[in-house]
Design a protein around this ligand. Sequence first.
Ligand code: PLP
Length: 377
Amino acid sequence: MIYLDYAATAPVPRAVADAMYEVLTGRFGNPSSQYPLGLEMKKQAESWRTAVAEAMGCTAKQLYFTSCGTEGDNWAVTAACWQNRRLGKHIVTTAVEHSAVLESCRWMERQGYEVTYLGPDQKGHITAAQVLEAVRPDTALVSVMMVNNELGNMYPIGDIARGLASKNPRTLLHTDAVQGFLEVPFAADRLGADFVTVSAHKIGGPKGCGALYIGPRVRNPRPLLAGGGQESGLRAGTEATAQIAGFARAVELRRQGLEQTLARLRELRAYAAETLSAIPDLTLIGDGEAPHILAASLAGWPSQNIVNDLGSQGICISAGSACHQGRPSHVVAALGLPRRTAGGVIRLSFGPESTQDEIDDCARALRRHHDQRMPML
Ligand code: PLP
């Protein structure tokens, strides 16, 4: 199998699975239990929190474990709106956010909020000026992702934060950094965002685990889940100790030689861009600043057919986001591309295990698809 879909999810290294197995079977105590098996897990959970917080560039106290990136996004949007409920009922976000943010915003719309969805240009750019221009005195929240999961474009979170400080210092800023974490450098506590969402399974951790950074401007963040006093009383639910152990181990592994890994990913991405560009009718989409994501379009050939054809040959790529199976992606739609181009958008994404040979095989399969199938769009 050739796996070129790391932005959808990544394989779990053996060392991560081993760390999880040990917690699931031997050190299975509930961190709230008051005997040594539980107390030890409480201590251990704090050391895992420290490991993830160090990688995010914040203190352990600022980091809350969640069940996934989606939960972090939902929590950030609702907590920001709650804190600023007296400031106003306006949200600024982009039309290319992950559905975890978009659907949270739509939920807020049903609660009476007005949401401004900023559109990108055809290359997928969103500028800080564009975001700041949309901010009003009643803007409770700005939510802009760090790296777009379908295009690989990076958005200027630092510039947005600096601009917000003068445009409306009370507006809270959330960034979904699920595709940015350990792919592009950032330090949560210097970024200027009040909330930063990350997820474990994009970097070799288990699915069903994430974390949310909550900065000092957020006072008494409103929990999303009501219940026990876990996570300093802000995120109820028995800690998913095995998942968290796996997340921390994946973070440690990924941080070893991170610069070399990212340099290699950038090389692979450039290699893929060059190799794929030789295919007739293929154009690159987006800006691809992130090292691990490459979007392209085989204009005229429906992306779902390409994905199915390559999938039947054991090559895993995606048609836009894995969360939009079968439906046209809202991200591609927002680019306003010609119909034939929009219909043929595919995404390749790379991880530490990816190789040039895999890219060559994928390019050959794409070329065959182009040569042997009739364009249908
Ligand atoms: N945000 C972005 C940008 C993503 O790419 C994803 C997953 O694809 C998520 C949020 C959701 O993360 P999770 O799968 O952990 O819920």
